[in-house]
Design a binder for this molecule. Sequence first.
Ligand SMILES: CC(C)(COP(=O)(O)OP(=O)(O)OC[C@H]1O[C@@H](n2cnc3c(N)ncnc32)[C@H](O)[C@@H]1OP(=O)(O)O)[C@@H](O)C(=O)NCCC(=O)NCCS
Length: 185
Amino acid sequence: MNSSLTLPQHCKSNLEYIADLRSPEGTTVSLNEITAPLDSEVSRRLAQALAGMDPWRRYGFSSEALLRFMAPAEASNPRYVICVRDEIAGLAALKHAWMFGSYLNILAVLPQHQKCGIGSRFLDWFEKSARLRGERNQFVVTSAFNTGAVAFYRRHGFEPIANLDGLINDAETEILLRKRLTPTG
Ligand SMILES: CC(C)(COP(=O)(O)OP(=O)(O)OC[C@H]1O[C@@H](n2cnc3c(N)ncnc32)[C@H](O)[C@@H]1OP(=O)(O)O)[C@@H](O)C(=O)NCCC(=O)NCCS
């Protein structure tokens, strides 16, 4: 099976272009909100890819459970696909109006697109758009075992503020991280 996830032409009308996350080398990377159900084969393959990646793999999340993050939702709960040209490279989901800020519910860059700067540019956009909404805080939760993601968020100004033992299963701890957007933050 081809491991790349190319968007069929008819699927593009189900996405609304939101922002350019272009790389410094000029590669076209776009952030697109999911405004109508995606092609079922595309969603299924994206969900399968996520289910095969940590942290979801370690928690045993099924691809069926992950499919819900690919469905359009109310305006306070937007979901996005990140595309490199016509190929899906990642998925993001936000919750607005979450403790005087926004909560990054999911950020996943597919393995073949990691370490190219896509996650960083998504966080830059997330901060810029939050400031435009006048938000004071940004939050994300990541698994303590996911040390790469904890380092990634810390490098982008998020500070661990609480350990949440047993949040997802009894054996693991999640870390709640916060970024302050006030001028002193
Ligand atoms: C965590 C995650 C979102 C980061 O996304 P990403 O697109 O790989 O992030 P970036 O490329 O911007 O940065 C990742 C690292 O690559 C490095 N990097 C960035 N551009 C690079 C380049 N062109 N060449 C080499 N390295 C590069 C960065 O220095 C960064 O280092 P850091 O992790 O120590 O901060 C991604 O790894 C992922 O989806 N992981 C699996 C799911 C997950 O853990 N999600 C988060 C918790 S739910």
